[in-house]
Design a protein around this ligand. Structure first.
Ligand code: CA
Length: 217
């Protein structure tokens, strides 16, 4: 899952990106509205964390312009908890909001919920035959036995599981698992998939030659 965080407070931006990466997300960052809007319009993010108070183009303007072309889930961050702000954000096409200061655990939970909703998968638990994925705890088990995965392996599995029934191209998968800091070592993706399959020890992830990867419904 790849996120974009748009926030002009440099320390908060850095801390958010670090915390989200530790959760396993690929995270791109933008320190102002213009840069954030550009990235949001040009990449397919799973969710965007958008600060409202930004110099230049503010969060409301970023959201309004983004909604002309993209439906990417947006969680906006407001400095004050006023009803008017919340209504404005939600009416403007925002999907959720958090009031600063907030707990990271709440941000994580809200992002997980946004991503599930966007994929039209309301349940936090995904059962695929013997394989069970708990998206809250980020744990995976096969036949009741826990299978420890790396953050990247987990993200690959969760992305394919959220989009099960669809063939996901290697490019799409790469873009949702790695962020702008990653080297373009595309064969690394195959290594993660190879290791993931070995750990799951079942043929859950199907390769469609020349097309990509797929988990069947
Ligand atoms: Ca701000």
């Amino acid at each position: 899952m790849r996120l974009l965080v748009i926030e002009d407070e440099v320390r908060l931006l850095r801390n958010l990106a670090k915390a989200l990466r530790e959760e396993g997300y690929a995270v791109d960052t933008a320190a102002d509205g213009e840069e954030g809007l550009y990235k949001a319009q040009n990449s397919d993010y799973d969710a965007i964390v958008l600060d409202v108070m930004l110099p230049g183009l503010d969060g409301w303007q970023v959201l309004a312009r983004l909604r002309k072309t993209r439906k990417t889930p947006v969680l906006f961050l407001t400095a004050r908890d006023t009803t008017a702000d919340r209504i404005r954000g939600l009416d403007g096409g925002g999907d959720d909001y958090l009031v600063k200061p907030f707990d990271l655990s709440e941000l994580f939970a809200r992002l997980r919920a946004l991503i599930r909703r966007a994929a039209d998968r309301p349940s936090p638990e995904i059962a695929l035959g013997e394989v069970k994925i708990d998206t809250r705890a980020r744990t995976v088990s096969v036949g009741g036995q826990p299978v420890p995965l790396t953050a990247k392996e987990y993200m690959i599995l969760e992305y394919l599981a959220h989009h099960r029934g669809k063939v996901i191209t290697r490019t799409e998968l790469y873009e949702h698992v790695f962020d702008e800091r990653a080297d373009t070592m595309s064969n690394l993706l195959d290594v993660h998939v190879y290791n993931l399959r070995k750990k799951l020890a079942c043929d859950l992830i199907v390769t469609r030659r020349g097309l990509g990867y797929c988990i069947e419904e």
